[in-house]
Design a protein around this ligand. Structure first.
Ligand code: AMP
Ligand code: MG
Length: 400
């Protein structure tokens, strides 16, 4: 009797141990898999490829360019004058709303430093409605790409809110996008060059840069002509999308209205004879000193006239070897360059083999807020000749 009882007790003990071991095994597996979920992002941070950011940024710029092209080809562009007397159009507001919506859909906790804000539209219902009429119609002709960006905005209010999410103060910490929905608005109004510009800055360092230039030739080999900045169209053969990721090189591809077209790698061209270098400058005399540029060109022995064009199309043009140098020297001591006017172009040129500094030879510092307050002007050139160009710049400006 006793032995029978003992053997039942023994089997009960063995079964309990087996059940317990099984339960411990399952819980250990669960914990390990949770642990690997926690470990995975940490590993991917150290080898960030920024491939998703690059894809979203390029598609967002491409979608916004559908809207800017529509406005570019209309006579009435809904122009307002901002407090600093610079113009803004329905194209600027609409493009900013669309791009910010796409960033927030994909990267909700990222901040955005955008050039525009909506207060003037909240006081001007007609203009706000005109922009909404445009924005609600714009979509990429490729369903998956369009839905990646979040599809259409839900309402006019959502559009205004989206515009105002570009209000980040910028700074040295975190993920911050710099957005100029239409860089070169004056060129856009004149029928010259303009660019839709977007860059991701992480802890003060530009990691991704994208420029959509609807009026530049698709062909990277097309040489820059003196009239490149005037009487432009965005018709057949025009429209290019430049992009770069830090450490991964720079590319160009045709600006499409659907999914991304195949890309080509771009490089600055070698300049064996500096006398033959082609340099780019702003059209607007109020944005950079034409007199200093002419004196620098003379010092370097360059005799050809500079190619004048608006916007960061200048950075894109030298990055693909259509031109060689970009000089932007201050006309006013108190003006601080804006980060959205340079972040994307700076990275694209550097990733194409160029060096970009200010007139003091310092790298552009995107960690200082909404402006480049620690920099003076811009000197962009191929690596092999940058020191020589900077030397001429400093000679003319009396900086040495
Ligand atoms: P760009 O088309 O290259 O001449 O540059 C256009 C950008 O110049 C605009 O987006 C403005 O933010 C910027 N800008 C406005 N005033 C000035 C100024 N006084 N100096 C330099 N840039 C300026
Ligand atoms: Mg601008």
């Amino acid at each position: 009797m006793r032995t029978r009882f003992e053997s039942i007790e023994k089997s009960f003990f063995i079964i309990s141990v087996a059940v317990l071991a099984f339960a411990i095994g399952i819980s250990l597996r669960c914990r390990l898999s949770q642990l690997s979920i926690h470990i995975a992002p940490a590993r991917s941070i150290s080898t960030m490829s920024y491939s998703q950011e690059l894809k979203v940024a390029q598609l967002a710029v491409q979608r916004a360019a559908i809207l800017t092209k529509r406005v570019f080809n209309e006579k009435a562009k809904g122009t307002l004058s901002k407090d600093d007397k610079s113009p803004v159009t329905i194209g600027d507001f609409g493009a900013q709303a669309l791009i910010i919506q796409a960033i927030k859909k994909n990267f909700p906790s990222d901040e955005i430093v955008g050039e525009e804000e909506s207060s003037s539209l909240r006081d001007n219902k007609d203009l706000s409605l005109r922009i909404w009429d445009l924005v609600k119609e714009v979509k990429l002709e490729h369903a998956d790409s369009d839905s990646l960006l979040g599809g259409p905005l839900s309402s006019e209010d959502a559009m205004l809110e989206s515009i105002d999410q570009g209000n980040s103060a910028g700074g040295v910490k975190g993920r911050i996008w710099a957005l100029d929905p239409i860089d070169g608005t004056k060129g856009f109004l004149r029928g010259g060059q303009y660019a839709v510009c977007l860059a991701l800055i992480v802890d003060g360092d530009v990691k991704v840069g994208v420029l959509g230039c609807p009026n530049l030739p698709v062909d990277d080999a097309a040489t820059l002509t003196e009239d490149m900045g005037t009487n432009q169209t965005d018709q057949e053969g025009k429209g290019v999308l430049f992009a770069a990721v830090k450490g991964q090189g720079a590319t160009s591809r045709p600006l499409s209205t659907a999914s991304l077209e195949p890309s080509k790698s771009i490089q600055m061209r070698p300049v064996p004879d500096i006398l033959q270098a082609v340099f780019c400058e702003s059209v607007e005399p109020g944005h950079s000193s034409k007199g200093d540029n002419a004196a620098i060109a003379e010092k370097l022995g360059i005799t050809s006239k500079p190619v004048q064009m608006d916007s960061q199309a200048k950075y894109g043009s030298i990055a693909r070897g259509a031109g060689d140098l970009y000089l932007r020297l201050p006309v006013r001591k108190d003006y601080q360059e804006k980060i959205w006017d340079h972040a994307a172009g700076d990275l694209i040129v550097r990733e194409a083999g160029g060096v970009v500094t200010d007139a003091n030879g310092k790298q552009l510092d995107f960690s200082q807020g909404r402006t480049l307050k620690d920099n003076v002007g811009v000197v962009a050139a191929p690596e092999a000749i940058h020191a020589k160009v900077l030397n001429a710049v400093q000679g003319v400006l009396g900086l040495k």
